[in-house]
Ligand binder design. Structure first.
Ligand code: GCW
Length: 680
């Protein structure tokens, strides 16, 4: 049967393993869930639909625990729940963690799904369904799962007219025109998908924000979305425009130290909470790429963030203040965010998080971790990943981003000696921060399968899973996602998992190997354009980043160059500062090396560059080949869809290879090594 991908990973098709099906049917004969909140109703519905699909029979809802039943609830809704899971077991679960346990209680075999809040139980319910979707045994369950990061948020760069900045999957799913009266089915399914992976926040509008979003007409619309999301534990946040007091408030200034401005924001916050009582807070892009901000008035980022934080404090809202700042100057763009923000460490209110992109430049196929991680111990740093593949082939190229995320999360900042990974900075454990957060710039649009590329769904999924638990590994995430999204067929699983796990490295090889970065077409960021662009300002110009010349290539960021490297801990500097020991993958990020530089492989830099570009493009043919062998193992529709996209990806990988190799050859003056097809 043809499938359109709309169901994402929430497919509940009949379990096609008879032994397991028998086990599931015998242990799950009824469901006992009490309580009458909308979250309980959502859980009940999901379990009923999910189990009916997976087990092929409808499961009755009962009001008392029975033998071979599921019992789901909190200590408030289910009197025996503590006794079932162990008196103290829920103490470590906080407000979102859950326990799933098979117990023998009062002579009954029961599967308990327990948490301290309804939403925690809902998360447990989704996790339980995932166990069945991925064909796990359920006789001996004893799972405790607690999120490591508090704010797990999708950032939509969606404009009020439904265009999406860097969106490649159709127009925005948020239809502001028909809100608040028309509630599209997408809204609920979006909330379900997010809740199933633990995402608990959604920033509805673009960081390049319109001031209109805070006007009553839009607040009413946002409130309607918040109402749909609330049962699923998802809070709504809004991006604000710093100059709103001028644009919609009639004030003459937006100076954060001006009393009238502060008052305006306080009143605005009060109004917002009348519409949305559990409103999450503001996301702010200020003094960045032309957006207004406190610096327009000679004030600092902290002044701006604190003013907003004070307005939100009475309502427990937070400010997510972005650190993506740079301007055209003599200073290496790499260094600018650190230079501006590090001195402000300790100056932010306790309800401010500074939101930092994973790398110092801008969501490149590969970046070293951002040097602010590990450099602002007194400030909770929220990590911003980009799911929409702005610089990674849009929704056309197949790239599983989990490995990119993990590379950043596991990088060691050495803030407090070895082991202070980016993940442990972000989850707040290194400095014991009360707040912590991870944001993913959404790749979602109204395209029939949500993300355009069927495999784009995996990046949304991986983000949510890692925000919940950054210790999961990419293989496990791919495994789960494939089984839930496509099939449990082992041959399919093996092949597709391998493809996914290699896909990021393959893309890096054919786009920006060895530490090259930002050599995409200026403006759209899609195809190769490493050459000088006379339309682009200096710090957007590809030549600024690769610096190829007759002698060699790469950006010298060591002490003899921009010295951006000095922004890292000494241990990190030591790993990267010598061009002979710097890992290949970061070489051209930090060094300008000669075309004949000896690489670890024994090849010269020029040969290695060619080797990478050719291997990258060839590897896409390998992906095509691997995928073609999957014919018949999944529905024809998605099979063909991916097949056609892989053909484009291959064509474009060759385009990247040829463009880059031929362009860089004009500097290296060396032949394409023997044995390689000569590019035209
Ligand atoms: O990656 C760049 C994008 C801009 C984006 C900006 C940002 C929302 O090219 O489109 O603007 O980053 O992160 O603010």
């Amino acid at each position: 049967k043809a499938e359109d991908g709309y169901r994402l990973w929430l497919r509940y098709d009949l379990v096609n393993d008879n032994a397991l099906l028998k086990q599931y049917r015998s242990s799950i004969q009824a469901i006992n869930i009490n309580g009458n909140t909308s979250t309980v109703a959502a859980l009940q519905k999901e379990l009923n639909t999910g189990l009916q699909g997976l087990l092929g029979e409808s499961i009755s809802n009962i009001s008392q625990p029975a033998n071979n039943s599921i019992v789901a609830g909190t200590p408030a809704t289910m009197k025996d729940i503590k006794a079932m899971v162990g008196a103290d077991a829920l103490n470590t679960c906080g407000s979102e963690g859950f326990i799933i346990k098979t117990v023998h209680f009062n002579n009954k075999n029961i599967i308990v799904i327990a948490g301290n809040t309804d939403v925690a139980v809902l998360y447990g319910g989704y996790h339980f369904l995932r166990l069945l979707q991925t064909h796990q045994h359920i006789q001996d369950l004893n799972i405790t799962s607690v999120p490591k990061v508090k704010l797990r948020v999708l950032d939509h760069w969606d404009n009020l007219n439904r265009t999406v900045e860097r969106g490649y999957a159709g127009i925005s799913i948020f239809d502001w025109q028909t809100l608040p009266d028309y509630l599209d089915k997408h809204y609920t399914d979006y909330a379900r998908a997010n809740a199933s992976i633990g995402i608990n926040g959604s920033v509805l509008n673009n960081v390049n924000a319109s001031a209109l979003i805070l006007t009553p007409a839009y607040l009413e619309k946002a409130a309607a979305l918040a109402n749909v999301f609330r049962p699923y534990g998802i809070k709504v946040y809004l991006s604000i425009k710093f100059s709103s007091p001028i644009e919609t408030g009639g004030l003459k200034t937006a100076d954060p130290l001006d009393k009238a401005v502060q008052e305006w924001w306080k009143k605005k916050a009060d109004t917002i909470y009348q519409y949305i009582p559990d409103f999450g807070g503001f996301l702010v892009k200020a003094n960045s790429e032309g957006q207004p901000g406190p610096q327009n008035y000679g004030r600092t980022h902290a002044d701006g963030a604190n003013m907003l934080a004070d307005a939100l404090t009475p309502h427990n809202g937070v400010v997510m203040w972005r650190a993506f700042v740079y301007s055209e100057s003599d200073e290496d763009r790499f260094k600018q965010a650190y230079n501006e923000f590090k001195p402000l460490d300790g100056k932010f209110r306790s309800n401010v998080l500074v939101q930092v992109k994973n790398g110092p430049i801008d969501f490149q196929p590969r970046e070293p971790f951002h040097p602010l991680f590990g450099a602002m111990p007194q400030t909770p740093l929220m990590l911003e990943f980009q799911l929409t593949q702005e610089y990674l082939g849009f929704a056309t190229h197949l790239v599983f981003l989990s490995t990119l995320f993990k590379e950043c999360l596991t990088a060691d900042t050495y803030e407090k000696g070895a082991g202070s990974t980016v993940a442990t900075i972000v989850d707040g454990s290194v400095e014991n921060h009360a707040l912590s957060g991870m944001a993913g710039v959404a790749n979602i649009g109204n395209s029939i399968n949500w993300t355009g590329h069927p495999f784009g769904q995996a990046n949304w999924y991986a983000f949510g899973r890692l925000a919940w638990n950054h210790e999961l590994n990419s293989a496990q995430i791919a495994d789960e996602w494939i089984q839930q999204t496509f099939t449990n067929n082992p041959a399919f699983l093996d092949t597709v998992k391998t493809m996914m796990l290699l896909s990021h490295e393959i893309l890096v090889d054919y786009m920006t190997p060895l530490g090259l970065h930002h050599i995409m077409g200026y403006g759209h960021h899609y195809g190769p354009a490493p050459w000088y662009d006379k339309g682009a300002r200096a710090d957007w110009n590809p030549v600024y980043f690769h610096r190829a010349d007759a002698m060699g290539i790469g950006f010298n960021r060591t002490a003899t160059g921009s010295n951006a490297l000095a922004q890292y801990a000494p241990e990190v500097q030591a790993m990267y500062k010598d061009s002979n020991t710097c890992p290949d993958k970061y070489l051209l990020w930090f060094h300008h090396v000669s075309w004949n530089h000896k690489m670890h492989s024994g090849r010269t830099l020029w040969e290695e560059l060619c080797y990478k570009y050719y291997t990258g493009a060839d590897s896409v043919s390998w992906m095509q080949h691997a995928w073609n062998n999957m014919k018949g193992k999944i529905d024809e529709e998605r099979f063909e869809h991916v097949k056609m996209l892989l053909a484009i990806q291959h064509k474009e990988a060759v385009w990247w290879r040829n463009a880059c190799v031929l362009y860089f050859q004009t500097f290296s003056h060396q032949p394409i090594p023997e044995g390689y097809e000569q590019p035209e």
